[in-house]
Design a protein. Structure first.
Length: 225
């Protein structure tokens, strides 16, 4: 966390943000420098898994309906939702070549990715009941590690979490030193309105342009330009 802030900026982190970061990190399990994020089995209960897996399945199915390639996080491929293995709902098992290995390991953990052949169309982090900090930190990592790869980023979460997500996404700590401030690069999609919209459009949804559709169902932070 500290690396990407100080590597990219000479500005001092505001005291309130520094205290918040420390509190968040103290609540999270310690990871070694080469360790991946914890697996679902280590960090999640069944109550958390169900909405998370449901939204992963919805996004994978929607991407395929729009004739896109779809990728699911490598640690979720074996997870099953309503009898369907997420790895089977995804249309590709590997990301396009060209990413440095350290970067690839992190990108492979993004919940859902839409691609058009070798082009990244969108990346989604789903936050059902877990700490919002985890998803936002991964988004900030992606912006820092892939400064020349401009990909729309989305946090997908319940409607009730909108305020908390926008409160955190607009913190100076998530914009200082980043080529693209997080509140401009990342948009919010509410579970409820997204699922209702997909159901309302039915099979016709495959006719939508993916970028325009995501713009329609998502919203940016209030202060984002």
């Amino acid at each position: 966390m500290w690396n990407w802030v100080y590597r990219n900026s000479g500005n001092e982190v505001p005291a309130a943000d520094a205290e918040w970061i420390i509190a968040q990190l103290q609540e999270r399990p310690s990871l070694g420098p080469d360790e991946d994020e914890p697996s679902l089995e280590d960090e999640a209960s069944e109550a958390r898994e169900r909405p998370h897996l449901r939204l992963q399945a919805r996004l994978l199915q929607l991407g395929r309906a729009m004739n896109l390639d779809t990728y699911v996080a490598r640690n979720d491929r074996g997870s099953v939702y309503e009898g369907n293995r997420l790895g089977d709902l995804a249309s590709v098992e590997a990301l396009p070549v060209g990413l440095p290995e350290a970067v690839r390991r992190r990108v492979e953990l993004v919940d859902v990715i839409w691609l058009r052949r070798n082009e990244y169309v969108a990346m989604f982090e789903i936050e059902a009941t877990t700490d919002i900090f985890k998803g936002l930190l991964r988004m900030a990592d992606l912006i820092t590690l892939l400064p020349n790869l401009v990909v729309p980023l989305f946090i997908v979460a319940p409607e009730e979490r909108r305020g908390a997500i926008f409160e955190q996404i607009t913190r100076p700590v998530f914009s200082m030193g980043l080529q693209r401030p997080l509140d401009e690069a990342c948009r919010f999609i509410a579970f409820e309105s997204f699922e209702a919209d997909v159901q309302a459009h039915g099979d016709r949804i495959g006719l939508f342009d993916p970028q325009r559709y995501l713009e329609m169902v998502s919203e940016g932070a209030p202060d984002a330009s």
